[in-house]
Design a protein around this ligand. Sequence first.
Ligand code: ATP
Ligand code: MG
Length: 570
Amino acid sequence: MEERDDLEVKEKTSLNFLERIIEDDLANGRVPNNEIITRFPPEPNGYLHIGHIKSICINFGLADKYGGRCNLRLDDTNPEKEEQEYINAIKEDIQWLGFDWGIHEYYASDYYQNLYEIAVRLIEEGKAFVDSLSAEEMKEYRGTLTEAGRNSPYRERSIEENLRLFEEMRQGKHPEGSHILRAKIDMSSPNINMRDPALYRIKFAHHMRTGDRWCIYPMYDFTHPISDALEGITHSICTLEFEDHRPAYDWATAIDGVEHTPHQYEFARLNINYLVMSKRRLLNLVKLGIVTGWDDPRMPTISGIRRRGYSPEAMKDFIGRVGVAKVEGVVDYSLMEFCVREDLNKRAKRLMVVLDPLKIVIDNYPEGKVEYFEAVANPEEENSPTHQIPFTRELYIEREDFMEIPAKKYHRLYPGNEIRLKYAYYITANSVVKDEAGNILEVHCTYDPLSKGGTTPDERKVKGTSHWVSASEGVSIEARLYDKLFLSENPGKATGNYLDDLNPDSLVIVPDAKAEPEILKARRGDYLQFIRNGYFTLESKESTEGHPVFNRTVTLKDSWAKLKLKMEQE
Ligand code: ATP
Ligand code: MG
């Protein structure tokens, strides 16, 4: 798509629109104590996804940049969908990204008493009323985008009656849906969010923090601004879909007695092609068993990409390149992978692993001899550590690195051709051994003892270099190769059901790959490169000492983007 453009656009020196607003507010004395206070307000009804990283980077990033702080606010006003497991995951994910809310961990439910008192005051001042229309009637009275709404027949209830009914609602004397508390604003407002919005609803649900203390719960448009005000938030930053709610936000923060006035600013949410990033859909993938959980390495959740081997630095770089703006767009998946590769190239330890092993036997190499070659962990790094790789008479190379009858321009191993074994010797293939079905079982070769370390005295050139693993000294591992979970750029666009676009090959398991023994030193969270095969990391949940499992983070090259380009050109 627009990868190249995206890479160029971001000038590090210019300010984004939020930074300009903040700097202007600071310069003009509009910020109490000159302290920028933001908040990241996830609802604990699912795990955080890549889209949330943008919001986290903006909110925590601005606080860091201007020496303020960012509160973590768990927006827990929907007791039926929220769980402690989600709260734990949210906290772990933010910390993994490297951000810290310190002691400022808050819950919307911390403010239930305040919100309740504010609601009572609104009733006392004639600014809120208990409505008893059915949901259907209420919808009818609300009007449409082109048609004004009508006042509810209950709008003129006396203050005393409203107070009594609201108190009875709180005491659990009325069933769900029988009454709601609404603000009296303006049923003819062009903004539907201002047509007497709901403030409280009855819900007989157990809340994970407040238990059964409440059976009335405040609505988002009432809770959020007042929570912001109570926490002294200066800049309340959210995504564009809340733009239409800003008048409601301003209304709530202007209620008499609400001391502090935060302001809401909206930015464009992050959308990435090929991904679904709505918690509802992600939950569905989990529930249907299409993935193994929220942290399945194919999930676009923070815990999923962490398990897959993405680094927080790569993701922050990605978010930085996408930038902060007010225009919705779709970012190319390949830009994200580009950032992941850029980062891993700098930090990944290189190892030799053969995913599709073909045995080769070096006939003129002594049986039983083990020789060691030195390999650098990372050629991109100065003074990179080294380790030893055992070399023996029988080795594995990739099956694709040998052809009995070579194709045109094939420079790897074939009978009569000489190649280099990385770090080790030159070898020439002589003959093959096959089974009855004609499958190649092993390739017999000879090596040149003078080519030790990969060069010869006569400086002979070879065109192919293969990675290899000793058959006797190497170890078996399982490799899990991931691909996109969805095959379409916009999952569900064609049929209306995103599940129709699932990629049946999003996980390919290689049960018995061969790896140099150094791999056994890999620890959880290590970044690895299997030479020529991609970046990998140790699987964090299912790997055991007896059965090491590695997840492929990303391939080395974007073969997909190239293929796409080729297809477009044809
Ligand atoms: P979803 O739409 O995925 O279900 P949500 O918006 O309901 O997510 P919240 O828990 O309410 O999730 O989000 C917490 C914060 O993260 C909000 O301020 C929201 O605007 C922001 N956010 C959610 N999705 C994105 C996204 N794709 N890009 C940027 N910010 C996002
Ligand atoms: Mg939400």
